[in-house]
Ligand binder design. Sequence first.
Ligand SMILES: Cc1ncc(COP(=O)(O)O)c(C=O)c1O
Length: 393
Amino acid sequence: MSAEPSRMRFRTRAVHAGQDPDPGTGDTIPPIHLSTTYTQHGVGRHQGFEYSRTANPTRAALEELIAALEGAERGLAFASGMAATHAVFSLLPAGSHLILSGDVYGGTYRLVTQDMVRRGVAFTLADSSNPEAVGALVSESTRMLFLETPTNPLLKIADIAALKRAVGERVLVVVDNTFATPYFQRPLDLGADIVVHSSTKYLAGHSDVVGGLVATSDDDSYQSLKFIQNAAGAVPSPFDCYLTIRGIKTLALRMEAHEANARVVADFLAAQDCVLAVYHPSHVAGNDAVLVSRQMSGSSGIVSFRIRGGEAAAHAFLENLRLFSLAESLGGVESLACLPAAMTHACFEPELRSRLGITPDLVRLSVGIEDETDLLEDVRQALARAGDGATSL
Ligand SMILES: Cc1ncc(COP(=O)(O)O)c(C=O)c1O
């Protein structure tokens, strides 16, 4: 390509960024570089690659790609979303303070409460939907605010720009952008300092590769993260990088399809007597609706809902699904369903879980890209079986 992908529109960048034809062979698709080491012309004279933990050409292509999609100067790839989050938390020195949005993925909460605390990092759980209250938590030692928006599993929306203003320049704002993806939301444009992803989800998109990505334009953070990536070595394999690059090429098409199906499923659920509440960015009102349209260009394929009849009804619904798989994870082309209280968020203390609204009757759906009629039919029959006359259809 002669044109520079970073200047192009999203869909073009998703297909081309970081993927110039191989200068040696002309490969149009970045090869899977399996070599762990690189032959040097003389001591210290090489083509930018010495040892594959430090840098690998397939990984470099993926890192350039995520940076281009998030509008960042630099990107970094890790072996999982949690490895990426762990690297970001390692920016916090002992004695520092982290503000953690309460409504985050259970594994992130577990990492903070069971590992970061042991390393001398203090944390405060915050309600990220209230920027003023978050700002009031900032102290001399506060170094980072970590949040998700939309959140997992309740799809709450946080105002990234207002949060950055509230915590100030000195505090790094880190956004886990896994649910929205850069196709629908670009946190760095809104003032965030670092974006993290579980690329296991929408970015790779086919439930066949675990990975994590970081994007930032803050050079100090990048240098420290790059150091940790090499020093700790939680890097993805070249094959995993290839799969993620391949998945990202169709991100825009998939996100449109996920969103369209999720809206239909959310609307259907909202019309059922047996559904107590529906959580999806298309089902928020008032200021949150204004925020969604200002901050996001679309929503997500995740829909959560509370079913009448409590935990037993939730189990019955999940166990009667035929097309949706009862499984952890999300963001793949196939539809999945789970019970966050017992699965993805089981590591929260029960009292905190219920305070956050992650109740035993809360079901999370990752709506795939199958035909919407088949998806609706599956949800309808599972609801009907979950409780006599549960569906009004
Ligand atoms: C929002 C979010 N962030 C991070 C993670 C962790 O990612 P991984 O499973 O790739 O380590 C998950 C996993 O479900 C997630 O949902």
